[in-house]
Write a protein that binds this ligand. Sequence first.
Ligand code: UDP
Ligand code: MG
Length: 316
Amino acid sequence: MDLSVIIPIYNEEANIPTLYQRLRGVIDPMQLQCEYIFINDGSRDRSLALIHELAAQHADVRYINFSRNFGHQIAVTAGLDLSQGEAVVIIDADLQDPPELIPELYQRMREGYEVVYAKRRRRQGESAMKLFTAKMFYRILANITNVSIPVDTGDFRIISRKVVEALKLMPEQNKFLRGQISWIGYRQTYIEYDRAQRAGGETGYTYRKMFRLALDGITAFSDVPLKAATIMGFTVSGVAFLVLLYTLYARFIAQEYEPGWPSLMVSILFLGGVQLIAVGVIGEYLARLNNNVRRRPLYIISDTNIPVELNPQALS
Ligand code: UDP
Ligand code: MG
């Protein structure tokens, strides 16, 4: 198998037929042995029926049907787990990632790279809020981590078998694949493209899911927030100590002081806030730690047409 194309699907009935056509349109001329892996991540529309239909008609279509919605990163992980290709492309189903880029990605890989990712030069048809939050997120993450995670890059990329096998060795439950792939290393490069707008349907990434992904990325690749809690704690305690000295001075030496209701309230509220933030930050890490200690399977497959011997879930 030369190439696996991994396509996570959540309510994409409007896009699946066109997507498959366009993929075949660019990949067929490349004369490779290719498989298309559709992962149905608990869609509530006709996506699954469409995938079953494709699989019945085309031998190169594989599907993995999850028992419920596990999220985009997990869907891609399942695809990686069950893929066989020497090269693997990860692509969104909504045609925001143009399939026409695949030959170029593949070409660059053949030049000796293990990872070629597609970097968004421009993003069309996305809300100002989404663009702003995404931009902020990538900048903040870049500033607080030692792993150089490329900015403005989604999961659209081609990776080699070596990288897939390395990813399989990373047991974390809260996946942030683009970060993990950077962490793995090897020779990586990118090509740039203009991101189109969604072809049909609507985004499956609510702000809630985006926020969770952002926190997964940050907690997996940086300890700065944990340390920030400590630094903040020290700073506030330092200020509080100075205020304490001043209060003692005012009370016993200068002998002039007001009954300090406002300052008392302000400092209590401020300290309370800082403490809650710090506890919250610890909680975020602790929750992920707890998640990993549980060692639950990452996903549950309801049915698939991928042979059992390739299916780690079926084996266990
Ligand atoms: N997706 C998924 N599970 C989810 C949400 C999204 O598998 O819970 C898939 C979706 O079908 C698409 C890809 O992940 O193929 C990217 O999602 P989307 O286009 O909704 O995100 P956006 O481009 O708006 O960030
Ligand atoms: Mg999209």
